[in-house]
Write a protein that binds this ligand. Structure first.
Ligand code: BV8
Length: 292
């Protein structure tokens, strides 16, 4: 008989805690591993490369300054892939938990793929710390144009990603795209548009940081779910230590085990499978109430 995905003693002790009066407030931190079961690459390992470019190098203001056409082809490819992807059972489990009014719950996601929203996650309880692939902003310093939800694919004729999908491992250089081939601001009509994501070296939106800090100040976080993230990107990763230092408990959902972490619950395996099992007692409550 196949080894149970989650050791029963781990599942029992976790279920006892999340159904106890000691677990009123839960904070979830999401990373690329949650969307990998939906077919989207992570940033670590082979997923960290797009063609022969390191994704982290393309996700910077300098890269956009140097070659906005290349960066737009990168983001058009990711928009195309994210639109073709579907939320998985992990996204759905968190979305269901976000509709459980008995729990103070907040999800802070590092993912920019929009899959949590498409799983009907309660938008009041979801913060996109690193922005979204489907938000567009004008780069003109004096123009405040912002389109929060643009799902056009392609954005311009030259940014048709379907060709990029089929030969993503092709290491040939991409065609150079001059600015006139790229999306421009409909308001000021001069500025180039850029993806509404937080690039490396850019600060997170203080609105999102404030909302997260306010949630953590208003509620003592009893449990933090750390889901499909390497915890290497800051300041997102800093919330894990803040919760630990406040005496909160941590549950990690990852395919890799961290042998140095003896405190946290560790759910090792594909989180699209482990999350629904771990959150079952709190999700059933939602289904029950919605059926009633
Ligand atoms: C800033 C949007 C300053 C764009 C992203 C302190 C220490 C060290 C470095 C820094 C520091 N402070 C700041 C820095 C620099 C930098 C940083 O953290 N660098 C890292 C690389 C060391 N931080 C910044 O630049 C931040 N800005 O600090 O500004 C500032 C302040 C004031 C004024 C001006 C400036 C901005 C960071 C945000 C960058 N934008 N995304 C885009 O996506 O294109 S980050 C991006 O990469 C993602 O959003 C995500 O956050 C990150 C990838 O990490 P993960 O999601 O964790 O994914 P990863 O692939 O790493 O891991 C996947 C995990 O899942 C693995 O553990 C794997 O085992 C697991 N897994 C895989 N499959 C599964 C699974 N688990 C379960 N189930 C599976 N099926």
């Amino acid at each position: 008989m196949a080894e149970p995905l989650i050791p029963s003693e781990t599942l029992t002790s976790f279920h006892n805690f999340i159904t106890s009066s000691n677990c009123k407030t839960i904070l979830a931190l999401l990373g690329a591993g949650l969307s990998s079961a939906s077919g989207l690459p992570t940033f670590r390992g082979s997923g960290g490369y797009w063609r022969h470019y390191n994704s982290i190098d393309l996700a910077t203001p300098d890269a956009f300054e140097r070659d906005p056409g290349l960066v737009w082809q990168f983001y058009s490819y990711r928009r195309h892939m994210a639109l073709a992807a579907k939320p998985n059972a992990g996204h759905q489990a968190l979305a269901q938990l976000s509709h459980n009014d008995k729990i103070n719950f907040l999800t802070i996601t590092q993912n920019v793929d929009g899959l949590s929203q498409r799983a009907n996650h309660n938008s009041q309880k979801l913060i996109e710390l690193h922005g979204s692939l489907f938000c567009l902003k004008c780069t003109n310093f004096t123009c405040s144009y912002r389109d929060p939800a643009n799902f056009n694919d392609p954005l311009t004729e030259s940014l048709d990603a379907s060709s990029l999908v089929h030969d993503k491992d092709n290491l040939e250089d991409l065609p150079f795209l001059s600015d006139d081939k790229l999306p421009h601001c409909p308001l000021c009509e001069t500025g180039l548009l850029r993806p509404g994501v937080v690039w490396f070296g850019e600060s997170l939106s203080w609105v999102n940081v404030d909302k997260t800090d306010e949630f953590m100040m208003r509620n003592h976080v009893d449990l933090m779910l750390v889901i499909g993230t390497s915890g290497l990107v800051w300041p997102a990763a800093s919330y894990i230590d803040i919760v630990k230092n406040q005496g909160g408990k941590v549950a990690v959902f990852n395919i890799e085990k961290d042998d140095t972490d003896t405190e946290s619950w560790q759910f090792i395996g594909d989180c699209s499978k482990t999350l629904p099992m771990a959150l079952k007692p709190l999700i059933d409550q939602v289904n029950l109430s919605s059926e009633l």
